[in-house]
Design a binder for this molecule. Sequence first.
Ligand SMILES: [Fe+2]
Ligand SMILES: [Fe+2]
Length: 179
Amino acid sequence: MSKLYKAYLSSYRMDTPDWDCYLKYAGEIYNTPQLQKLSQFEQHFKINRLQHIRSVAYLSFLISRKLKLDYVSTARAATMHDLFYYDWREDDLSHKLHGYRHPKTALKNAFYLCGTLNKKEVDIIKKHMWPLTVIPPKYLESIVVTSMDKYCATIEMIYSASPKYREKFHRLTGIGGEE
Ligand SMILES: [Fe+2]
Ligand SMILES: [Fe+2]
């Protein structure tokens, strides 16, 4: 099992010293009601948006720290990268082009939550759907987050589509398995 996948699994248990370290930098965002209520929304079918954010933010924080990048901005911005409050699968005209539009919605909500954001935090949130949103990321931190977003989304889609994988996941984490 790769180190990255092990870290991904621990983002469900939240029981590592590294998780406490992540919270030291991003806890004031992660623990707000605005973030916690994202658990009510599906992100990738069986995985809710708060869990998705937790995985993306935790892995991005670990990688940025390892690469000696700005891991504080990474942790904070990755925690807000999908800060929006609607089910993007609903057949609603306002949700059309969700993939292009939601980074801007998340950015607006992030400003609303924090008051100010630094340039890196803005770029991380705005560009996390790249290359779908055409303008490329300006910072390595943004590349870390967009890569981890895709990594986590892929696992979440496999998890949602495959009962066999869910069974394995349950064995590894003790999470899920109640179907
Ligand atoms: Fe997103
Ligand atoms: Fe995401």
